[in-house]
Design a protein around this ligand. Structure first.
Ligand code: 9D3
Length: 256
């Protein structure tokens, strides 16, 4: 998969990728990422990328011409047409389904916003506009990394364990069940300095795999019901899960 990220802060993209799974996938050639410094596409001596808004008001706006020149250079390098994604607070919400769809594309360009945003005319060349959530960030670089990370996981070979990609929370539509690893018992100091023993649930060490599967299903369902009940509307549950959910909902009412 080919990706281009256009930014005025290339280090904000490059530095995090120096470590971790996505960085390694790039080194191994599974992802071809080119980080493009928007300033390289200016034509003035001071490499200016922003200007005051027409009509007045606070802040600065990203100038359109360097962005158009960057996109022309990327099209010349990679071949047109381009899928150009603008990161912006006005965008549609980026979701796991969007990540999977974008992973099916051969090439995407991510434009990172800064200041008050882009000159509106840039949208002429933009295929989609994405936000990662309802909170205010200082720019589009972290959102671009979020999109890159979520999309790259779907590229075959990037994540070692294909099963973990397929069984992921948002692919299955449920939150994950609790996980434990060795040792089976740990002695820890609690809130008031009192020693207590924390044990792994017995079912997990029982060797009864049918019971383990059922326990995990129940835990995943009860967590989802408790924390993210809206996910249950879209989740596809098997017979056993539907029955467990009915039991859990019944148990919830008894407590009221
Ligand atoms: C203080 C500026 N705000 C005035 C009302 C608007 C604004 C402009 C630019 C707010 C944030 C930003 C920078 N954010 C992004 O470029 C961004 C973003 C985000 O802030 N939250 C979630 N997703 C995204 S994607 C790009």
């Amino acid at each position: 998969m080919n990706l281009d990220i256009v930014t005025i802060f290339p280090a904000m993209i490059e530095q995090p990728l120096a470590a971790g799974i996505i960085g390694r996938a790039i080194e191994r050639g599974m992802l071809d990422l080119k980080v493009r410094d928007l300033r390289d596409f200016t034509t003035d001596r001071h490499r200016v990328v922003d200007d005051v808004p027409y009509g007045g008001g606070p802040g600065m706006v990203l100038k359109p011409d360097p962005i158009f020149r960057a996109l022309d250079a990327i099209a010349a390098d990679r071949g047109a047409p381009l899928t150009v994604i603008m990161t912006s607070p006005q965008g549609r919400r980026f979701t796991q389904a969007e990540a999977e769809r974008l992973a099916g594309l051969e090439h995407i360009v991510l434009l990172c916003g800064r200041y008050e945003g882009f000159d509106e005319r840039v949208r002429e060349r933009v295929t989609e506009e994405l936000s990662i959530g309802d909170y205010v960030l200082t720019g589009g670089e972290l959102p671009a990394l979020v999109v890159l990370d979520a999309v790259a996981r779907f590229v075959p070979g990037v994540v070692g364990d294909e099963q973990s990609v397929a069984q992921d929370t948002f692919s299955r539509g449920l939150l994950n069940h609790p996980q434990y690893t060795r040792p089976a018992e740990i002695e820890v100091r609690g809130v008031r300095g009192v020693l207590e023993v924390l044990r792994v649930p017995e079912v997990l060490t029982s060797g009864n795999h049918a019971e383990i599967r059922r326990w995990r299903k129940r835990e995943a369902l009860s967590r989802t019901l408790e924390r993210r009940p809206e996910l249950l509307d879209a989740a596809s549950l098997d017979e056993e899960e539907q029955q467990l959910l009915r039991e859990l909902k019944g148990a919830g009412h008894e407590r009221d």
